[in-house]
Design a protein around this ligand. Structure first.
Ligand code: ZN
Ligand code: ZN
Length: 236
């Protein structure tokens, strides 16, 4: 099961977290055939946790929470795509926890989760978040406070979650190691995506480690040097 869970604890991912008692820990669990990085985030002080983007494979996610020994308090959503939130509503009902996010501009994506699920052959169920998020707001997990950063482009209502004390962000499909999100969907916009990355993510600092929606983690600094879409060199 270890291999299937594909667990990575955040303490092992970042030098900044190698302090004796990091306030935040994270485990990444790729879900759905699209290998979307669902992140289990928890407050080490209270053991309260959140699933960020629990798109599917719910039994695997519940096993990860049990293995970490944490109590799920809420579900956070970066954007309305099927691999990120197809089964979020189902999980919220099962666990009796609220859903926070994304920004309301992604309502149309969430309302078509059942059709998109059929197209991809994976479960999808529309839901109504308990809270839509806006730029500059905060979300909490136990005693942790994360910043909400609205980053449109891949989808119009995409948000990023950022924990400043840990220099750690969950960026969904805005930015990947070596790539950026697609913008050829309805309401996608390439320039908005570039602006989101360069005006909202880069200012957080080059030392920030991020978990993308797919693939390995990286840092903003590394992407500013090497990313063939948004490096400082490419953008001039
Ligand atoms: Zn997406
Ligand atoms: Zn995705």
């Amino acid at each position: 099961m270890r291999r299937a869970l594909h667990h990575q604890t955040f303490a092992a991912m970042s030098g900044g977290m190698n302090t004796p008692n990091p306030p935040l820990k994270a485990a990444i669990v790729p879900v759905t055939p699209l290998q979307q990085n669902c992140t289990l985030l928890w407050c080490t002080e209270t053991n309260k946790a959140a699933f960020v983007d629990p798109g599917g494979d719910l039994s695997r996610l519940k096993a990860a929470a049990a293995q970490a020994g944490v109590e799920i308090e809420k579900i956070l959503i970066t954007h309305g795509h099927i691999d990120h939130c197809g089964e979020a509503g189902t999980l919220a009902k099962e666990l009796g926890v609220p859903i926070e996010g994304p920004h309301e501009a992604d309502r149309f994506w969430i309302s078509r989760l059942d059709e998109d699920g059929k197209r991809w052959g994976i479960p999808g169920e529309p839901f109504e978040p308990d809270r839509w998020l806006q730029d500059g707001e905060k979300v909490t997990i136990g005693e942790l406070e994360l910043d909400v950063i609205h980053c449109p482009g891949h989808t119009p209502g995409h948000v990023v979650f950022y924990h400043a004390p840990s220099r750690f962000a969950i960026v969904g499909d805005v930015l990947f190691q070596g790539s950026i999100g697609r913008t050829d969907f309805p309401m996608g916009n390439h320039q908005d995506l570039i602006d989101s990355i360069t005006r909202k993510l880069w200012p957080l600092g080059s030392d920030v480690t991020f978990v993308p929606g797919h693939g390995p983690t990286s840092t903003f600094g590394r992407e500013r040097q090497t990313n063939s879409y948004v490096s400082d060199y490419v953008l001039g």
